[in-house]
Ligand binder design. Structure first.
Ligand code: ATP
Length: 332
């Protein structure tokens, strides 16, 4: 199973005119891959995903699946190969979870078709697999965002396709739910050998949880393991800003700033965490860290924090109070 996008241009057609959003897209996905599509706002991620699904026309180039152009597949046939979870709101809020998931069987039954025995098996199996079986009789509008997202994944799973495409499946979810959805998608790729492609703005999830990135920016379109794109520095181009820069040690974008004040930090405790938290707070306050003991000296003690500058010492029970004091020095 291989999906190939070859020198493609994606966009939309307005009053008969082709409006290009992104050109020169060459990417591929293989069976068992979980791929995060990363790119800045408006670069064309959703447009690309909708083009693969067949909702928007491909303007130039080719999209192939198992060597065949996707246009060679009938609409019906393609819907047995690709399922799609969009960001659109569910149009029928009164429908039950069971009925929504059953819609996933449309390529096999037709929109109004009755579910056959094998359809029922697939619908129920999908609900159990993603953990929505217990609310099968609830109206979709009564579910939380995390639960709704699971239902939409169950619907896509019931469609029984080799490729699963999701547009921002973790948007609006809290951290535990984000990770639960990503672990679920990972298991669909690994255990069910599907191709899973999802767009996201969750940089940390994309770089720490997936096998491969499709990185699309206004200048480039590249693919590879997150670390490959860190090595080539392509990842740096994701956000063009003088406020943030990619830090390879942290594996994340960090804010950049010029420090006008420097502090030497002494840790008089055996607690490494205390040191890490203090240095994190100093960075947040845009304070530089130095080894020069002639500067301001901050001593971490078991009972709190001592800040010494010139011949003046202040004591602080917590980091909040310490930071407020440092701010006054910075402003002085
Ligand atoms: N059918 C359409 N009609 C008009 N404009 C469109 C259409 N489809 C896409 N666009 C425009 O194409 C550009 C890319 O949109 P798209 O939603 O693909 O970006 P995106 O990378 O997914 O953005 P985001 O990260 O903000 O979701 C936008 O400027 C959008 O307004």
């Amino acid at each position: 199973m291989k999906l190939e996008i070859l020198n493609a241009t994606v966009g939309y057609v307005e009053s008969g005119d082709k409006k290009k959003v992104k050109s020169a897209i060459s990417l591929e996905a293989e069976q068992g891959d979980i791929i995060a599509l990363l790119g800045s706002n408006g670069v064309g991620k959703s447009t690309l995903l909708r083009t693969i699904v067949g909702i928007q026309p491909l303007l130039e180039g080719e999209v192939r699946y198992n060597n065949y152009l996707i246009d060679a597949y009938s609409k019906q046939d393609w819907s047995t190969k690709v399922s799609y979870v969009s960001t659109d709101r569910i149009m029928a809020p009164n429908m039950s979870v069971y009925d929504i998931v059953s819609l996933g069987r449309f390529p096999y039954t037709g929109w109004m078709g009755r579910l056959r025995k094998e359809d029922v098996v697939m619908v129920e199996q999908s609900m159990k697999q993603v953990g929505v079986w217990n609310f099968r009789d609830r109206e979709i509008s009564t579910l939380s965002d995390g639960e709704k997202q699971r239902v939409m994944i169950a619907r896509a799973l019931a469609q029984d396709t080799e490729i699963l495409i999701l547009d921002e499946p973790t948007a609006f979810l809290d951290l535990p739910n984000k990770y639960e959805i990503i672990y679920l998608l990972k298991s669909l790729a690994r255990k069910m050998h599907k191709i899973v492609i999802f767009s996201t703005h969750d940089f940390n999830i994309a770089t720490h949880e997936v096998d491969k990135l499709w990185l699309v920016t206004s200048e480039l379109c590249v693919q590879g393991a997150p670390e490959d794109l860190m090595k080539t520095k392509d990842i740096d181009s994701l956000f063009k800003s003088d406020k943030i820069v990619f830090d390879i040690e942290q594996g994340d974008f960090v804010s950049v700033h010029d420090s006008s004040l420097f502090v030497s930090v002494q840790n008089n405790t055996n607690n490494k965490e205390a040191y890490l938290l203090v240095t994190q707070a100093l960075k947040r306050c845009h304070i530089g860290i130095t080894n020069d003991l002639n500067d301001i000296v901050l001593t971490i003690r078991d009972e709190g924090y001592c800040l010494k500058f010139i011949d003046h010492e202040t004591y602080h029970e917590n980091i909040y109070s310490l930071c407020r004091c440092i701010w006054t020095l910075k402003d002085a």
